[in-house]
Design a protein around this ligand. Sequence first.
Ligand SMILES: *Cc1c(COP(=O)(O)O)cnc(C)c1O
Length: 445
Amino acid sequence: MNMPLTSQPSSSTAQPGAELAINGGTPVRTQPLPWEFPGAYWMGEEELDLVSRVVKARSPFRFYGLDAQGMVDTLEAEWRTNFGHKHALGVSSGSVALTIALSALDLGPGDEVLVPGYLWVSCVSAVVRTGAIPKLVDIDDTFCIDPQDLQRQIGPRTRAVLCVHMSGAPGNIQEIASICKDRHLFLVEDCAQAAGASYKGRAVGRFGDIGIFSFQLNKNMTSGEGGLMVCEDDTLFRRIVALHDLGYPRTEAGRLDVNDPDTQLWGLGARMSELAGAMALAQMRKLPAITQAMRNAKWRIRDALEGTPGLKFRTVLDRAGDSGPALLMMLPDEASARSFIDALNAEGIVGPQGSLTCITMRQWGMHWYSNIPSLVNRRSNSRDGFPWTHPDNAFANAYSYKQGALAKCDDLHARGAMLAIASTLTDQDVSDVIQAMRKVAQGVL
Ligand SMILES: *Cc1c(COP(=O)(O)O)cnc(C)c1O
């Protein structure tokens, strides 16, 4: 395996207690931290080899071709073995995987899907596209669904819970899964940001009915675009396969099978190409190394700073299962979060121009419900205002998606901060981050 690139050593002269760089002192470092694209730095010969096999065989389509190489098939087979799922299906993105999952569960107008307020716009988009109504649930210090609020929000229309394993680590997934089971709700796990993560030895995606992953550039492994869906149930998987394709299952020969009356649906055209499959296969084989690098760097930083007055970290219930791409911090209030990050950036704890390496949660865009204009304003893709105006959805007329809807979420949005953990941090990078955080905490908190 090729080794990732390492960044240049940087100047590391300032001591804790020294003048802050933001006040004109010497910065801890001057070299930007690496980009937060975990898989990209690890791309090399392995990806090139598998992709070139597809090109040389002139067979970029998974179901048939001149000499199909079975890249997507192999990806799915190895994924099942590595993570213990019964079924796995490569798809073209994480966003479409969410839409497929909700349609596979037969959701639509009249149904409500519970979603946390810290998520990604795709989570809400998938619910609205099916014609169902998203209902917000608050989060806790895990930055994932708060099981107590989940209990409170379940109503007569609730049919499913979309649990989002944000920023690399699962929250209280066992409890969330058991609530869903008791209340007869479907559970979909959005593992887009958490490939390679687990909880007490069990891979994410194995707690609910369906799990989805993304291989977009920002995720733990990448094929540029791509995604994967997992589930246990044979009938549900047959629907998933049909929905990701043209609405019908395929025969052994890769041709559409229109004769099964139980599986005649409307497909999304979201198949994974053999090129994406080849990339994802090479990256999946490196996923343990990528996540280990991030996890180690992240926890070295966390352990060194634990107990720093004014600085708290997100609750991670099982550190071994954390895939590691982000260090989430909680500051005493919004003003201190802002000055903490401004001062850290000035110390050189910042990524390349245009990156979101070290930011306050206010800068984290559509990861927060109240920053999603199409949700706050109940937008529609069609003239009739569907699904908000659908008569079966009248139960949700008074639901609010404006800031103020979720107290804990709003609080963490205001005083939270994030350091993205690149998969290629050197020992020097790690010690610069620790030194800068100590210096800044002493100076501004
Ligand atoms: C990235 C992401 C998605 C969507 O995946 P794409 O492959 O970019 O469509 C869905 N949910 C979460 C939580 C994500 O971070």
